[in-house]
Design a protein around this ligand. Sequence first.
Ligand SMILES: Cc1cc2nc3c(=O)[nH]c(=O)nc-3n(C[C@H](O)[C@H](O)[C@H](O)COP(=O)(O)OP(=O)(O)OC[C@H]3O[C@@H](n4cnc5c(N)ncnc54)[C@H](O)[C@@H]3O)c2cc1C
Length: 380
Amino acid sequence: MRTGSDIIVVGAGIAGVMTALHLQRRGEQVTLIDRWEPGHSRAASTDYNRVIRSIHGRDDFYTLWARDSWNRWLELQAETGQQLIYQCGALILATEGHCHWEDDTADTFDRMGVPYYKFSPSDITARFPQFKVDDIAYGLFEPEAGMVMAHRGVRTALDLFLAAGGTLKRGRVTTDGEERPMLDGHPLEADVIVIATGPWMADMFPRTIKPIGTVVGVNVFYTSTPDGDDSFDQGPMPCWIDHGQGSFGLPSTEGSGVKAAVVIPSHIDIDDSERLVDQAMLSRTRSYIQRRFPGLVGERVVDSKFNQIILTPDTHFIVDWHPQHENVLFAGGCSGHLYKHGPVFGDFVAGVAVGDYGTADRFKIAGRRKLTPQESPSGR
Ligand SMILES: Cc1cc2nc3c(=O)[nH]c(=O)nc-3n(C[C@H](O)[C@H](O)[C@H](O)COP(=O)(O)OP(=O)(O)OC[C@H]3O[C@@H](n4cnc5c(N)ncnc54)[C@H](O)[C@@H]3O)c2cc1C
């Protein structure tokens, strides 16, 4: 494709803004369309922060992408002066008897030269006394990991896109019976139309995406930190993943409170549900926090968030052309781990969109199957 093509990107979450930015910087003429203001609180890319870590079981591909993304976030931070990442490290807790995924991650790190420490429970207690780990076999600590500031990341990429000459438009793209993208009752016209509508992709494309995309709600809670105590802030405390408890979390950052989720997927209607957390999940998360972090007993929930992810059967992203419309390219399929990869994902999608290369097999729509937790890049 020649440079200077007209390209429409639909959806301005992290997948869309990063794709739009890379396309615009390649010299294409890009219009980015969203139903709401980019960074809005219904999108999957909302909230303060997201974990960035290379921990992906036996999967080399995402391990490399995460390492590359870390550097790209650093570059964006240097370019804009915005605080986009914090290098507080990530600790993955391997539960006694269920350590396959963590063992595989350690093998991958050894093979690929990713720095990490393998900590015994007493090492963890010495290094991170915030954690109570009597049920843990060992911990893997990845020091070159941490968090990306989510809302800020979207807004920063958007600013760069606009500064590069891109156009932002407000509008709701729909599809007709043939799954052709439409705006205001007319088919969208462009050399390429990138669909990056995150969890909304499934309902917009009921034949093509819905069969491989399940949308679920996740409840997240922020807990206050003890008065006069900074040990639960990022820096002294890392992000963590606690597979045995189906949980993950992030230390308090910029005053947010300690963020934690016990991931029990719940029903959500992405257009109609009010974004109010579930009280049952509040109790579960509170008991989890109190068990794992005795220093937070008596602390209060100070903030919360209920939003959604779209899960593919194998938790691989979707980057593929529509089977009937040769200029419509899907870019998303978050599966709970797309945010951190944003800069590399956007670059990759831009290359596919302009025909520099084809997509990766793992990102194709066809041939999806559910993976075992050991095979899965996300351990799910
Ligand atoms: C609680 C939670 C925790 C997570 N933790 C992590 C983590 O620690 N690390 C990590 O890497 N990832 C994490 N993720 C996943 C990550 O946040 C998502 O993978 C990522 O944000 C998905 O971005 P997206 O651009 O595909 O979707 P979205 O951010 O949802 O963006 C889609 C955009 O499309 C727009 N849109 C939708 N329909 C239309 C339409 N018809 N017309 C026009 N515009 C439309 C929407 O308004 C929205 O702005 C987490 C997700 C959740 C919910």
